[in-house]
Design a protein around this ligand. Structure first.
Ligand SMILES: CC/C=C\C=C\CC(=O)SCCNC(=O)CCNC(=O)[C@H](O)C(C)(C)COP(=O)(O)OP(=O)(O)OC[C@H]1O[C@@H](n2cnc3c(N)ncnc32)[C@H](O)[C@@H]1OP(=O)(O)O
Length: 274
């Protein structure tokens, strides 16, 4: 297994792997290392056939306190130091695109990624969880689309993804006010699917949930993720066309035969890995 400075990977039984934000001293603030390592880690997990489902969590008392504020200072001073504003702006734009790619790597991963959130989930933390496929939290977790309070426009995906999750009006209100909101409000808005009384209760339930997903046809799971994500960005007509093409390729698989056979034999299906 690769060694990372900002992350840790562990595995549980049944094809469930844990991708853990691992800078607890800074509440898992997203450092420059994170933006290099996170897409690499996801790519390795994606390529590893033993991995069926990925659970993203944070070590320590909080899930993620957003961008590492010290790195934000470095970004802004490195552009101010340049003598050419046009070039500095172009460099900064490329850097933001690079950071966006790191977050988008969650969507590019074929396997489902579940966010398991406790404590703070702020700024860049919201960018991360909104790219995830499913979100769970503890009841003491709290959330904030904090960027306007740092005098910046959220630029790593929250403004693009959050409206699809909580609706346009709710996303606008949360992003403009930067107010802190609770896990129960996050549940009410649909940002998290389930809320748990403690981190240990959540860990246990998320593992059981992830193992349940991992037991399903990997082709059907990866196809469902891919089609839902593509459909989000397409017209209905194109999205229906896309899924027809997808299924015409994937429907004729051993998984379909195994699912039908297992059903008729009243046993659990066993599928080959992806
Ligand atoms: C190009 C731009 C791209 C992306 C931009 C993204 C924007 C954002 O992410 S905006 C959001 C930025 N984050 C924040 O504003 C949160 C700041 N942190 C807090 O408000 C609090 O720490 C808390 C999350 C509410 C938790 O409070 P508490 O439990 O009291 O802990 P603290 O004592 O405040 O923190 C402990 C320790 O962690 C350090 N730390 C906290 N957050 C960050 C951070 N974002 N970056 C770097 N370091 C952070 C804090 O300084 C403390 O360190 P000490 O050395 O112990 O002082």
């Amino acid at each position: 297994m690769e060694e990372y400075k900002s992350l840790k990977i562990t595995s549980d039984s049944g094809g469930v792997y844990n991708l853990i934000l691992n800078r607890p001293a800074t509440l898992n603030a997203l450092s420059p290392d994170f933006f290099v390592e996170f897409p690499k880690a996801l790519s390795h997990l994606d390529e590893n056939p033993n991995v069926s489902v990925i659970v993203l969590s944070g070590k320590g008392d909080h899930f993620c306190a957003g961008i590492d504020i010290n790195s934000l200072k470095t970004i802004s001073s490195s552009t101010a130091a340049s003598d050419d504003r046009g070039r500095a702006a172009e460099r900064l734009r490329r850097h933001v695109l690079f950071m966006q790619e790191a977050i988008t790597s969650v969507e590019k991963c074929r396997k489902p990624v579940i966010a398991s959130i406790h404590g703070a989930c702020i700024g860049g933390g919201i960018d991360l969880i909104t790219a995830c496929d499913i979100r769970f939290s503890t009841d003491s977790a709290f959330f904030s689309v904090k960027e306007v309070d740092l005098a910046i426009v959220a630029d790593l995906g929250t403004l693009q993804r959050l409206p699809f999750i909580v609706g346009y009006a709710n996303a606008m209100e949360l992003a403009l006010t930067a107010r802190r909101f609770s896990a129960s409000e996050a549940k009410h808005l649909g940002l998290v699917s389930k809320v748990f009384a403690s981190k240990s209760a959540m860990d246990q339930a998320v593992l059981a949930f992830a193992q349940g997903l991992a037991a399903k046809s990997p082709l059907a799971v990866t196809g469902t993720k891919a089609v839902l994500l593509k459909s989000r960005d397409m017209t209905l007509e194109r999205a229906l066309d896309y899924v027809a093409t997808w299924n015409s390729g994937a429907v004729i698989s051993d998984d379909l035969n195994e699912a039908i056979l297992a059903h008729s034999q009243k046993r659990k299906p066993v599928f080959a890995k992806l």
